[in-house]
Design a protein around this ligand. Structure first.
Ligand code: NAG
Ligand code: NAG
Ligand code: NAG
Ligand code: NAG
Ligand code: NAG
Ligand code: NAG
Ligand code: NAG
Ligand code: NAG
Ligand code: NAG
Ligand code: NAG
Ligand code: NAG
Length: 734
């Protein structure tokens, strides 16, 4: 596997290919990259760059230390990244202007039909004028500016509020659709990977007719808001995405005037907010009215508490299936047909060809490696004109490189199909075993692999097995992920210089490709948020987030392992979200009060917010579960009956004179009281508070119970999940 596909592979195949995380912090002799955070940027006249150099000079008698300055942040907050020795980093941390110093980490990048599936189709009501005023910033692996999806035909000049620039490097031109680009990793914002073009076009690509992957998934490729503008911030290169580049992109993207940011990348596991550049960047974005949408992560196969996007000011997105599913078939010499998964664009028109097991087609490998078809195991002579059988999906690279005609292998999860570089199919273990027993029982085993076809999946949407699951390890009282959206087998624009498949040596090049990941679901929610913004240009990030969450389609707790820990509020429903009735929004200072509530001291809060804050005294302190969130979640101690109360405030954004009644639905043995039962409003923007008390019997260790609260005026159904669980996180139940 070459480096250039590492991002993408990690993104989708993180568990599948058993990739092990690379590098933490780039090393240059004994120097590592550290981020020095100096706080929020004052409004004007700030001479940050010289301040940064001065501080670096003061670190050492070595006059060249300032040459180690990598980034200066000064537009949306103040700070810098530099290569420092451990001693210098320690010394820097002791400077009084310095809020915090932390080491850089490396982060990883985690259509057509999907928007129809979401009910945002060609006939949906839109206001193109308002839409063309919305700017979606995409922090990713860059963008392919010449892609059909980013053509600016019919677009007017960029909105007046745009303060960004086109600084994508040489031979990179923006247009009236792609209005800005900046580059932090490498020297060109051009997307060599495909990921960034895919996410940007999913959020806001224009309508492109007859897009397909070799005729598969053919249709009109389009984003959620085809008339909106795009700005690309390239923070990832072929080795990953660093903390300092991510922070630099947030610093610019907030100041440039983006309305919202789509961030399909993240760490492999959650961390405290003051160590997470995305949480810090998004905090400042939220304060400035910019909603940040982030992928939940692709570590779902690792189990519960795997969700990596955990801050309450971020909208964190799980990935689910759509009703379009890619399958293919093999026909064995004995006439038996097996159905499997893969995106196989090849038609093998020969009848049936000889079938051989990897173990028998290998000359130089030990038995274990030969069965899996690990690199350099297969003998080219022995696989020529044959379909090869390998015990693991990793064998796809070797089968292709050795020149096999086709490949039959096993899948690790039955809900995703991957683009393959040769006629290849993945089967369940059971079906795979039946192929091997056929092979063992026949002198001249033969098979044929058919081209993929699409079928309708009537159970969709189901959260993908790879999609990271809650509960939230950092704040067990905030449900994460927040929402689910399509992230399985999504067709969207791609980089025409990248391999379309999981195999980097694949020589094919495409303009549209089918890929999977929470990286793909994130821009669906960003597009939906942008759609809501076109109807409500002045809604705050927390208001838009609440509108999307409370109007989400309920998902089936019985079909989705982990239930609310898999899908959060449910499946996104953009059309409903423009008219949510009531919203749970936060007001200035709430995010800080929340940080106080989880026990962060003033120092830690300063590390996030960047300035001096004092937390209220303990007796007036709010509880984290009382943060005015659209879902109601709390951690309780296992083994004891519990009784907990949540406090919430809703704001009327529906009909001025309206009355909402509360109803509760639950499959669990819970006693739930809502006080008051009825909320009456006389005007728009009026606020009303209510309390919910949930009591129940003792729960076992690592268990959860849930319910749904709906406020309804007969037209609007404002839905909130209630989740009580016993998964201890960094913070324990008291
Ligand atoms: C488009 O979506 C709306 C819901 O937003 C639905 O009522 C309508 O039937 C859909 N139209 C088509 C052609 O799919
Ligand atoms: C469309 O949006 C523009 C700008 O926000 C607004 O002036 C206009 O009234 C809207 N048109 C409709 C039909 O809502
Ligand atoms: C600019 O990039 C495009 C797309 O890769 C390429 O076709 C063209 O040759 C490049 N032009 C120059 C001058 O490098
Ligand atoms: C659509 O694309 C396919 C191949 O992807 C091509 O064969 C066909 O001619 C195209 N149709 C139109 C109308 O452009
Ligand atoms: C497949 O069949 C087509 C005609 O049906 C022929 O043109 C083509 O050469 C064949 N390809 C192979 C690989 O046999
Ligand atoms: C590959 O297999 C052929 C036929 O069995 C054999 O002659 C050849 O030596 C093998 N090649 C290697 C590199 O082992
Ligand atoms: C088929 O034979 C191989 C050894 O050649 C063996 O490892 C495998 O278990 C056999 N499979 C079945 C299903 O009998
Ligand atoms: C402190 O930071 C918060 C969040 O960025 C901001 O709202 C507030 O205005 C800042 N206060 C001062 C005094 O800078
Ligand atoms: C923060 O507050 C402390 C004490 O209230 C004060 O000494 C310090 O100068 C303040 N720092 C900043 C950056 O305002
Ligand atoms: C909710 O509970 C708080 C105390 O926990 C109380 O002060 C408040 O009056 C209650 N609100 C309602 C609407 O009952
Ligand atoms: C709300 O409840 C009242 C009585 O409790 C009832 O009269 C009214 O119809 C209900 N409204 C809705 C929208 O269900």
């Amino acid at each position: 596997m070459s480096k250039s596909s590492f991002l993408l592979l990690l993104d989708i195949f993180v568990i599948l290919m058993l990739c092990i995380s690379l590098c933490h912090g780039a090393v240059d002799d004994d120097r590592k990259v550290y981020i020095a955070y100096l706080g929020s940027a004052p409004d004007r006249d700030y001479i940050a760059t010289s301040q940064h150099s001065t501080m670096l000079q003061a670190l050492s008698t070595h006059s060249s230390v300032e040459n180690y300055l990598i980034r200066s942040y000064k537009r949306s907050f103040n700070g810098f990244a530099a290569k420092l020795t451990n001693e210098e980093a320690k010394k820097l941390a002791s400077f009084k202007e310095v809020v915090s110093v932390f080491p850089s980490k490396v982060y990883h990048l985690h259509t057509t039909r999907s928007w129809d599936f979401l009910g945002l189709n060609q006939t949906t009501k839109r206001n193109a004028t308002a839409e063309s005023n919305v700017i979606v910033g995409v922090i990713d692996s860059g963008i392919w500016p010449e892609s059909d999806s980013f053509s600016d035909e019919g677009f007017g000049p960029p909105p007046k509020k745009w303060k960004g620039a086109c600084k994508g490097g040489q031979n990179f031109t923006c247009n009236k659709k792609l209005i800005g680009a900046r580059v932090y990793a490498t020297d060109s914002a051009r997307d060599m990977d495909g990921h960034g073009s895919h996410t940007a076009s999913t959020a806001a690509g224009i309508n492109v007719r007859n897009a397909s992957f070799y005729g598969l998934a053919e249709g009109i490729a389009r984003g959620g808001v085809p008339s909106a503008r795009i700005a690309a911030y390239k923070v990832c290169d072929d080795t990953g995405c660093t903390s300092e580049d991510i922070l630099a992109a947030f610093d610019d993207a907030i100041a440039d005037g983006n309305d919202l940011l789509s961030v399909s990348l993240g760490p492999e596991s959650s961390s405290e907010f003051y160590l997470d550049p995305i949480a810090i960047g998004a905090f400042h974005a939220a304060e400035k009215g910019v909603l940040v949408v982030q992928s939940a992560g692709n570590s779902g196969l690792a189990g519960f508490q795997s969700v990596a996007s955990v801050a309450p000011w971020i909208l964190s997105v799980a990935a689910s299936t759509t009703d379009r599913h890619f399958v293919d078939k093999i026909v064995l010499g004995n006439g038996k047909i097996q159905t499997g998964l893969s995106i196989n664009s090849f038609s093998l028109n020969r009848t049936k060809v000889p079938l051989v097991y990897g173990l028998q087609a290998s000359s130089d490998c030990d038995e274990f490696s030969a069965r899996l078809c690990l690199p350099n195991c297969l003998n080219k002579t022995l696989v020529k004109k044959k379909i090869i059988l390998c015990d693991d999906m990793q064998g796809v690279d070797e089968a292709y490189n050795a020149g096999a005609l086709g490949l039959i292998t096993k899948y690790r999860s039955n809900d995703v199909s991957f683009v393959v570089p040769l006629p290849a199919i993945t089967l369940s273990s059971k079906d795979y075993d039946s192929v091997t027993s056929y092979l063992n029982s026949t002198k001249q085993p033969k098979a044929k692999i058919l081209r993929s076809e699409t079928i309708t999946d009537k159970f969709a949407p189901i959260v993908a097995s790879f999609s990271s699951k809650g509960p939230n390890f950092i704040v067990p009282d905030i449900l994460k992920p927040d929402i689910s959206a399509p992230g399985v087998d999504i067709l969207a624009a791609y980089s025409p210089v990248a391999s379309p498949s999981i195999t980097t040596t694949d020589k094919r090049r495409v303009k549209y490709n089918i890929i999977s990941g929470t990286s793909m679901s994130c821009p669906h929610v960003a597009g939906a948020a942008a759609y809501v913004k076109t109807f409500h240009p002045h809604w705050s990030p927390s208001t838009i987030k609440s509108a999307l969450m409370t109007t989400a389609f309920p998902m089936d707790a019985l079909r989705n392992q982990g239930a609310e820990f898999a899908f959060g509020s449910g499946h996104i429903n953009p059309v409903k979200a423009i008219d949510p009735g009531l919203v749970y929004n936060t007001v200035k200072g709430d995010n800080i009060r929340f940080l106080c509530s989880i026990g962060y001291d003033e120092g830690s809060i300063k590390n996030i917010a960047g300035n001096n804050t004092s937390c209220p005294k303990t007796n007036t302190k709010m509880l984290p579960r009382d943060f005015n969130y659209p879902t109601l979640t709390t951690l309780v101690p296992a083994g004891k009956p519990f009784k907990v109360t949540f406090h919430r405030t809703v704001t009327n954004v529906g009909v001025a004179r309206s009355t909402y009644n509360a109803t509760i639905a639950t499959l669990s043995e819970l006693e739930i009281k809502v006080v008051p039962q009825v909320l009456s409003f006389k005007s728009l923007t009026e606020k009303k508070s209510y309390n919910v008390t949930v009591s129940g019997k003792a729960l076992g260790e690592q268990s959860m119970v849930s319910a749904t609260l709906i406020w309804s005026d007969g037209t609007h159904n404002v839905r909130s999940s209630i989740v009580i669980h016993t998964y201890e996180g960094v913070r324990r139940a008291v």
